[in-house]
Ligand binder design. Structure first.
Ligand SMILES: [Zn+2]
Length: 127
């Protein structure tokens, strides 16, 4: 029987097996945003208003909230592997969710409330 979740688990299993430097593209960000939004966030997130991929000094990614409720995404241009890219994107999407529905955009309770669901889908959620 087809299930969205088992399909995702197969896909992510393949991703975890792939290794080596991964350089994200805007296309990959859009594709994985749509997948994670569906599987993890019940499609509650709007697309990031802007996506910037560039060399970052002290972080893998950053989510900046705007006054109109939208968020801008900034991502580092190079990850150790594809899993890391997807998990960082998921991390920033939790901040996006916080910006929309919670008081704070931080790594507190409303952040780690997502850990169980991430783990259930074979993804890590860390600071
Ligand atoms: Zn964060």
């Amino acid at each position: 029987m087809y299930s969205k979740n088992s399909h995702f688990l197969k896909t992510i299993e393949k991703v975890h097996q792939s290794d080596g430097c991964y350089r994200p593209t805007k296309y990959a960000v859009t594709r994985w945003f749509n997948i994670l939004n569906d599987v993890l966030f019940s499609n509650s997130l709007d697309k990031f208003k802007t996506v910037t991929i560039k060399q970052m000094k002290r972080a893998w990614g950053e989510c900046r909230g705007n006054d109109d409720q939208s968020c801008d995404l900034i991502l580092h241009n190079r990850f150790n592997n594809k899993s890391e890219f997807i998990e960082v994107l998921g991390h920033e999407m939790v901040h996006h969710y916080q910006w929309l529905f919670e008081e704070d955009m931080d790594h507190g309770n409303t952040f780690f409330a997502w850990k169980k669901l991430f783990n259930k889908n074979n993804l890590e959620l860390s600071k």
